[in-house]
Write a protein that binds this ligand. Structure first.
Ligand code: HEC
Length: 333
């Protein structure tokens, strides 16, 4: 009994010291020392803010993140990855997290999970198809997956374009998935039977299509985040038509939906962020400032009665665009 108490006390003291040390690492300007410090400082800020590591991860989490960074070809020499992983695990442990509250109740559910085949693939944008299958984009391994929840069978296909970073995913009325290849720049259609990719290359090599909206099974609309365009792809002819977004080349169009006869999307770098309406029949744009600024509307959806909804990541808000009836009906100007 006595022994146990001492032990518990010691463990607590160690935990407090460890926590203080970890805390100091998160807030210190200097990065923690270690054999990989220089490599870390010179490489890990190459594609994104190096401070991302400060979130901290469990050792398993770091294994996954370093796999993701290898998938992205972060230029760490192959033989140094184990030491880099060790440095990250040691220097940036997971921060204190809330313990999950598990509440009992009358509903009965069964949550099933499947491991996707490729490590560090960063599954993104899940979609449920009408045939019961679940599709997802494997953002950092250039793959698209299809899971049959009945048998657990997974089909995985690799985009023919290296590093194409599959991002936005939509399924058309026939059950065919379409993806925006954010790194390519291409839009791809996947035949759900043969799993064949058909890619449509956008005219500008600098285009970075982020999200998609479908108006019918032959017309795909996309937001070109990098160039500030709204684009339309006619998949029958492969013809692409583009319109400069009202706030210009740096406006970063992102979340997009099709509803009430028009495309609605957000310009996420414009200050304030805007909601843009584009009438495909007349080619007219109209736009509104998002009250409060919107700041980074990454994704949008549509209510049952057809009104666009969105979220503003930095303003900490969600929003609803109530479209007046008469406006929705009149497409003539
Ligand atoms: C070649 C580009 C590149 C380099 C170099 C790079 N990363 Fe990344 N990293 C990415 C991309 C792409 C993502 C995911 C997309 C995003 O959110 O920007 C990402 C995401 C992350 C994340 C967030 C992962 C998550 O989903 O929670 C962490 C942490 C991270 N990187 C750490 C590192 C570390 C540590 C290094 C150095 C060993 C590094 N990165 C080097 C491209 C890179």
């Amino acid at each position: 009994m006595f022994k146990t108490r001492i032990f518990a006390g010691a463990a607590l003291a160690i935990a407090i010291i460890a926590n203080a040390a970890a805390h100091a690492q998160y807030t210190a300007k200097e990065w923690p020392d270690g054999p990989m410090k220089q490599r870390f400082v010179s490489i890990c800020g190459g594609c994104h803010d190096i401070n991302r590591v400060r979130v901290g991860y469990t050792p398993e989490g770091w294994l996954t993140v370093t796999r993701m960074m290898q998938n992205m070809a972060a230029p760490v020499p192959a033989e140094e990855w184990p030491a880099m992983t060790e440095y990250l695990i040691k220097s940036f442990p997971e921060r204190a997290r809330p313990v999950a509250a598990i509440l009992p109740g009358p509903a009965k559910v069964n949550i099933k999970m499947w491991d996707v085949p490729t490590l560090g693939s960063r599954p993104h944008d899940p979609r449920a198809a009408k045939d019961g299958s679940i599709w997802w984009t494997g953002q950092l391994v250039n793959k698209l997956g299809r899971l049959d929840p009945k048998s657990g069978a997974i089909k995985l296909i690799t985009s023919p374009t290296p590093n194409s970073r599959p991002y936005g995913l939509m399924i058309d009325s026939k059950g065919t998935p379409w993806i925006a290849e954010f790194g390519a720049p291409k839009i791809a259609r996947i035949d759900p039977q043969t799993m064949q990719f058909k890619e449509y290359t956008l005219p500008s090599p600098a285009a970075r299509p982020r999200r998609l909206a479908l108006t019918d099974d032959n017309t795909i609309w996309y937001t070109d985040f990098a160039r500030g365009y709204l684009g339309r792809l006619d998949v029958k002819t492969g013809e692409v038509k583009e319109w400069p977004s009202p706030s210009g080349p740096k406006s970063e169009p992102y979340g997009i939906v099709f509803t009430k006869g028009a495309l609605w999307y957000a310009e996420t770098a414009a200050k304030p962020n805007t909601i843009v309406r584009f009438d495909p029949k007349t080619g007219h744009f109209q736009s509104w400032a998002i009250p409060g600024g919107g700041d980074i509307v990454r994704n949008m959806d549509v209510t049952r009665d057809g009104n666009p909804v969105f979220a503003g990541s930095l303003t900490n808000q969600v929003g609803l665009v109530e479209v007046a009836q008469e406006h929705a009906a009149s497409t003539q100007y």
